[in-house]
Design a protein around this ligand. Structure first.
Ligand code: HEC
Ligand code: HEC
Length: 305
């Protein structure tokens, strides 16, 4: 309702609601006054199935008062809660505030549960089956839609289980990624590389870095052009986790495998965003999730007794 710029719709809805309630009252009043003409034996004269007759008794009083009470209730309710157009209601209740209150309460109740995990390092929590169970549920609810329920990702969404990291795989880096999100940005590079033929040559050079099938003559020609890429991917093509530039030598492909995929990366560039979770998840939840994700590609450390 707050989306409307004029008060008209608010007044319109309010009027319909109130007229409806008054109409109910009126109906009650009219029906309580009007008596259906009855026959001498106090039936309406209708007969069904041979001998089934309809008595002409008035509605019981208590029943009628129930109707009146529902009307009084509805009026009191509409005074207290938002229900009439944009009127906020006397109690100032909103569904948003109620939801936020419940989330806050649940988070408060979870503090002692999570305390046993937040007091221990990620490497150790990763080996705790209870933490893993919580981590799995958090992952299913918050991460699986992009990274897949098995965390193996897909095109554009990194595999979190392969030990290959864009932004770093230490517990601290993983927690940092989850908390603050990440953005990987590669600008279109075709102009810096040269002609479409040069682009194709560099693409073959990139393929040669991981011993993927390639045209070795083109790869040789493209090698010198790779200097345009070295600023981010490194002279050796092994990438730079500080800016999320992937290792191009490990045969792990986030944006597709083969000459065409690489040419299209060089021509179009790519901006890829992992959304920050800090507003959605508590620090404790991020700690448990970092342990869960770290545990995919690392052996958990058992606590010393
Ligand atoms: C809307 C989709 C989306 C959601 C939801 C999402 N991610 Fe991501 N995530 C991405 C993308 C895209 C990247 C890659 C960013 C890049 O290319 O630099 C990424 C990157 C990451 C990385 C870094 C991988 C690396 O190689 O360094 C981690 C760790 C990660 N996500 C964990 C999570 C966890 C845990 C959750 C759930 C709390 C989550 N993500 C939710 C899309 C998502
Ligand atoms: C300004 C930094 C920068 C430069 C310069 C740059 N890249 Fe990238 N490149 C990136 C980043 C960051 C990504 C990862 C994008 C993402 O997060 O999805 C990337 C991704 C790629 C990928 C996809 C890798 C995969 O796993 O699918 C290829 C291929 C690639 N770059 C090749 C090149 C080539 C070839 C050049 C030079 C012509 C180049 N890049 C220049 C930053 C750069």
């Amino acid at each position: 309702m707050s989306d409307f710029t004029s008060g008209f719709w608010s007044a319109y809805v309010t009027a319909i609601t109130l007229v409806g309630i008054v109409a109910c009252l009126l109906l009650l009043w009219i029906t309580s006054r009007k008596k259906v003409a009855s026959t001498a034996d106090n039936t309406t004269g209708h007969v069904w199935d041979g001998d089934l007759t309809e008595m002409n008794n008035p509605m019981p009083r208590w029943w009628m008062w129930l109707f009146v009470m529902t009307i009084v209730f509805s009026l009191l309710y509409l005074m207290a809660y938002p229900g009439l157009g944009t009127y906020q209601g006397g109690l100032g209740w909103t569904s948003k505030a109620e939801y936020e209150g419940e989330v806050e309460k649940a988070n408060r109740e979870l503090v002692p549960l999570y305390a046993q995990f937040t007091s221990r390092p990620v490497e150790e929590v990763a080996g705790d089956p209870r933490a893993r169970a919580i981590g799995e549920r958090l992952f299913m609810n918050n991460c699986a839609q992009c990274h897949g329920s098995d965390a193996r990702g897909g095109k554009g969404f990194p595999d979190l289980t392969d030990g290959d990291w864009l932004h770093g795989g230490s517990p601290a880096k993983i927690a940092e990624t989850i908390r603050g999100g990440r953005q990987g940005s590669m600008p279109p590079m075709a102009a810096a590389v040269g002609t479409p033929d040069d682009v194709k040559n560099v693409a073959n050079y990139v393929l040669s870095l991981s011993n993927a099938p390639h045209d070795s003559v083109r790869a040789q020609l493209g090698k010198s052009k790779f200097t345009a890429c070295a600023a981010c991917h490194g002279m050796d093509g092994k990438g730079n986790q500080a800016i999320g530039a992937p290792n191009l030598t490990d045969d792990v492909w986030l944006h597709g495998y083969g000459e065409q995929a690489i040419i299209s990366m060089i021509n179009n560039g790519k901006t890829n965003v992992m959304p920050a979770q800090a507003g959605k998840l508590t620090d404790a939840q991020i700690h448990v999730l970092a342990a869960y994700v770290w545990g995919f590609s690392n052996k958990p450390v058992t606590a010393k007794p």
